[in-house]
Design a protein around this ligand. Sequence first.
Ligand code: URA
Length: 435
Amino acid sequence: MRMYDLIQKKKQGASLSKEEISWMVKEYTLGAIPDYQMSAMMMAVCFQGMDEAETLQLTLSMRDSGDVLDLSSISGIKVDKHSTGGVGDKTSLVLAPMVAALGIPVAKMSGRGLGHTGGTIDKLECFPGFTTSLSQEQFIENVNRIKLSIMGQTANLAPADKKLYALRDVTATVNQMSLIASSIMSKKLAAGSDAIVLDVKTGNGAFMQEESDAFALAREMVRIGNGAGKRTVAVVTDMDQPLGCAVGNALEVKEAILSLNGQGPSDFMEVVYALGEQMVLLGGKARTQQEARALLSDAVKSGAALKKLAEFVEAQGGDGSYVYHPELLPTASHILEVKSSEEGFVTRILAEEIGLASLILGGGRSTKDSEIDLSVGVLLKKKRGCQVAYGDTLATIYANNRNQALEAYGKIVNAYEIGEAPPEASMIKGILTTP
Ligand code: URA
């Protein structure tokens, strides 16, 4: 096979065969196909697209380019959850212990990632001693024992995707639906769970800002998951304001603990329950959404989910007592209140701007090697639909540097859109169980 011929074929709008895609991914990962040829192929895909069979084959080839976790020694149906990413998204910290408390095994790989705040791993490292550097044996042993473990992504997870994504990033070829869906799903499938719940976010702070694009991505990923033999459900959720009130690592951990104590912000809990219901259904512990919700709600009310979080933190070397004493978590030295200069109702909070405020404060990474400040962030006091009067506090900034706090102030003021009436808005835009 020659890469030149495959590029030519795709340029003319024909479909590539399974063998051609498999060969191309293998040779590219090995370094036998140069970046300039793969760039041409990616651009041809951007113009000509890929059909369902091609998209599935690309995903499977990227999945198989590295380690594929074997979780067969964990009993029960392993259900994973993935979010396309948003601002204030601490869902995993709450959902994983809730679901595990019901006896559904949660064997999760998470990342740090670039972004406005750290990833799930950074947030969990607010608990002193906590580590996700576990051997595969420890990881599996923990899930069998307490139903929950989170490990860092292995270096050799879907290496073809890692290489291809870096190339797409610098050749303006990220934004193609089949390429995005196969990239995300190759990593999820390599992580080895039996079923997958996807949280596809839409709105200002989301990768897919337009709702129609979010649904298209959701459909594509559900199709791939099911095509790969894993039951897959996607929930399309709102990101036209940050999720919950806390944005910033330790602040988000505190909010997660509050949520497990039954005091979570309503918008956040709506998303947690919508995703949790699907996980419980896929995990075979309930037959209806109502039944699943009742089980999840009981796990919170009884304190079982909070206890599961403490148990999980301890099992991975962390100090679980912080779960019962969140006041011990890192706190910033400066507090600054952001005041409203308008009256009316909050109609939108540009999540992207709030995320940037957190980044300015040091709560996120702008490069792979940046140090992260776990204590800083933003706590929103007024959310969408709230009435505000002149001089009301919209948000509180937690900072360790006054100049950074002032810079973040401007971003937060810009993020708030105030109108004359509260908007109609729903957190859950739709649930896709089949493509
Ligand atoms: N996230 C991914 O993992 N891959 C993409 O292509 C886009 C977002």
